[in-house]
Design a binder for this molecule. Structure first.
Ligand SMILES: Cc1cc2nc3c(=O)[nH]c(=O)nc-3n(C[C@H](O)[C@H](O)[C@H](O)COP(=O)(O)OP(=O)(O)OC[C@H]3O[C@@H](n4cnc5c(N)ncnc54)[C@H](O)[C@@H]3O)c2cc1C
Length: 444
C-alpha cells in the first residue's frame, strides 16, 4: 500500500486528494492530508466576504466532509526529511510527531509578502484568509458605528479612512467591493456623509492589474475615482506607524483599516525541507509536476500551486517562464498531478502541464465588474454577471455552490446583512461580567 502525504489542503491539495480518491483503489494507496485548517478557502470570494455579500463560512470547504477516503490531520507540517521520507507534524495541542510516507505532494500555498515598512506588521491586515476577510467586514461596519457617535475631528476621520496597499487583482477587488459596501452602509448611517468616507489605493507601479490590458486597467482606475477612491499610482507606503500612513508623495493620513495585498510569496515552510528551491523560495518542478533539482526528478516528490515553480508551457508564459500563482493553475495542476502520480505508480509516463490562460474576471462591487480574455474586454454589469457565474461554478462542491448562490439570492431580495459580530472574539465577557463568584474565605 503506497502512503501518499499531501501537505496543505487548499486548492491544489483538495483537488489532488479528490483525484487520487477517484483513481486509486482503497487497497492501492493510503492518502493523508495535513493542514492546520479544517477547510479549503475559496480565496477569490474573500473581497465579497469582506463586503458582506458572502457569508464567511460559505466561502470555505470542509475537508472532512468532502474527502471520503482521505485521512485528514489538522496540524502543520513543520519539517520534511525527504531523503528519509519522514515529515514532522505539529498539531495545535500536544507533542509533534512524525509521519512516514512513500510519496509527498507539497501544496502548502503562499503567504502575504511584505516589506520592512514601519508599522505594517503591527497595524495592517492581509486579505489571504477567511478570518482576515471576516475581520475586515466587521471592522468596517464597527468603525461606521464608532464614528457615527463621535463629533467631527481627526478620530472620526481615522475611523472612516480605509487604505488598500497593492493594485493587483486582490487589492482592486477588495477596495472596489469595500467602497461599494461603504456607500451601501451610508443609507443606514445618516450621521455620516459620503465625502467623509475616504478610501485610498496605494500602488507602487504606474498601473494596476497587470493581468488585463492597459486600456481596461485605466477604465478601472477611472471607475474607482468616480466612486470616490483616491488612487495613488507610482506611490509607495513609507510608514504605517501607529496607523498613520505616510506616502512617498508626502501625503499623510490616519487610518484604522490598512489592508495589505501587495503580493504573495511561497510558504516559507518549504525552507524546512530538503526539497530543491529556486531563488524565490519556490519548490522547483518539471512541467509534469514532479519535484526536480537541476532538471533531474526527485523521486516520490510532487508539487503544485503557489508554492511551486512550474514551467509554463502555454502560448503566453508567465514571468520567467513559470506559471503565475493563481487558482486557474492550482486547480488544473492538481487534477493532472493526481493522474500523474497514478501513472507513475502504474509504470506509465506522466504528462506535462500545459494550460492556456482563460482570461481574468473581477468583481468591483454589486453590478460592476471587468472581464478580459485576449483582446476582448467587457466592463460593467455584464462582466459582473460573468464574475459571479464563473466563480459560483468554480467553487468546489455543489453543497457550497448552493450556499453561495442562496446567499446572493437572499441578499438580492433582502439586502446585505450589516450585522457585525466582532464581540464574538471575547465571547465570555458578558457571562464573566455577571457571574457569581465564591466569597473570599475570611481567616478565623
Ligand atoms: C483575495 C484573493 C483573490 C484571488 N482571486 C483569484 C481569482 O479570481 N482567480 C484566480 O485564479 N486566483 C485568485 N487568487 C489566487 C488563488 O486563490 C491562489 O493562487 C490559490 O489559492 C493557490 O492555491 P494553493 O493550493 O497553492 O494554495 P492555498 O489555496 O492557499 O492552500 C494552501 C494550503 O496550505 C495550508 N498550509 C499552510 N502551511 C501549512 C503547513 N505548514 N502544513 C500544512 N498545510 C499548510 C494552508 O492552510 C492552506 O489550506 C486570489 C487570491 C487572493 C488572496
Amino acid at each position: 500500500m503506497t502512503k501518499i502525504l499531501i501537505v496543505g489542503g487548499g486548492y491544489a491539495g483538495l483537488y489532488t486528494a479528490r483525484g487520487l480518491e477517484r483513481q486509486l483503489g482503497a487497497a492501492e494507496a493510503e492518502i493523508t492530508i495535513v493542514d492546520p485548517l479544517p477547510y479549503m478557502t475559496y480565496l477569490p470570494f474573500l473581497p465579497e466576504v469582506a463586503a458582506g455579500s458572502i457569508e464567511p463560512r460559505h466561502a470555505v470547504v470542509s475537508l472532512r466532509r468532502h474527502l471520503s477516503r482521505t485521512r485528514v490531520i489538522q496540524a502543520s507540517v513543520t519539517f520534511v526529511d525527504h531523503a528519509a521520507k519522514v515529515a514532522t507534524i505539529q498539531p495545535e495541542l500536544g507533542e509533534a510527531s512524525t509521519l512516514e510516507y512513500d510519496v509527498i505532494v507539497m501544496t502548502a500555498g503562499s503567504v502575504s509578502r511584505t516589506f520592512p515598512i514601519a508599522g505594517v506588521a503591527d497595524e495592517a491586515i492581509g486579505m489571504k484568509t477567511i478570518e482576515e476577510a471576516a475581520a475586515v467586514r466587521d471592522r468596517l461596519i464597527g468603525n461606521f458605528a464608532r464614528a457615527a457617535a463621535l463629533p467631527l475631528g481627526p478620530e472620526r476621520d481615522r475611523l472612516l479612512t480605509t487604505v488598500v496597499v497593492g493594485g493587483g487583482f486582490a487589492g482592486i477587488e477588495t477596495i472596489a467591493e469595500l467602497r461599494d459596501f461603504a456607500t451601501h452602509l451610508l443609507s443606514r448611517f445618516p450621521e455620516i456623509t459620503f465625502d467623509e468616507v475616504r478610501f485610498h489605493l496605494v500602488e507602487a507601479m504606474g498601473r494596476i492589474m497587470p493581468e488585463v490590458s492597459a486600456t481596461t486597467a485605466d477604465w478601472v482606475v477611472e471607475d474607482l475615482r468616480k466612486r470616490g477612491v483616491d488612487v495613488h499610482l507610482e506611490t509607495q507606503l513609507q510608514s504605517a506607524q501607529d496607523g498613520v500612513c505616510e506616502l512617498s508623495t508626502g501625503d499623510r493620513f490616519g487610518s484604522d483599516l490598512i489592508i495589505w495585498t501587495a503580493g504573495v510569496m511561497a510558504n516559507p515552510v518549504v525552507r524546512k525541507t530538503d526539497l530543491p528551491l529556486d531563488d524565490r523560495g519556490r519548490i522547483t518542478a518539471l512541467a509534469t509536476l514532479q519535484v526536480a533539482k537541476d532538471g533531474v526528478v526527485v523521486p516520490g516528490a510532487w508539487t503544485a500551486g503557489d508554492v511551486s515553480a512550474v514551467p509554463d508551457k502555454s502560448k503566453t508564459p508567465g514571468p520567467g517562464g513559470f506559471c503565475v500563482p493563481n487558482a486557474q493553475h492550482a486547480v488544473r495542476q492538481a487534477k493532472l498531478l493526481s493522474k500523474n502520480i497514478v501513472a507513475v505508480l502504474r509504470d506509465e509516463a506522466p504528462r506535462e502541464y500545459i494550460h492556456d490562460n482563460l482570461g481574468a474576471v473581477a468583481g468591483l462591487g454589486i453590478g460592476n465588474g471587468v472581464f478580459q480574455s485576449g483582446k476582448i474586454a467587457i466592463k460593467g454589469p455584464l462582466a459582473w454577471l460573468a464574475h459571479r457565474g464563473y466563480h459560483v461554478m468554480a467553487m468546489p462542491m455543489w453543497e457550497r455552490k448552493l450556499r453561495v448562490f442562496g446567499g446572493w439570492w437572499n441578499n438580492f431580495w433582502l439586502g446585505r446583512d450589516i450585522v457585525e459580530l466582532s464581540a464574538r472574539e471575547q465571547p465570555r465577557v458578558a457571562f464573566e461580567t455577571f457571574a457569581s463568584r465564591p466569597k473570599p474565605k475570611v481567616d478565623a
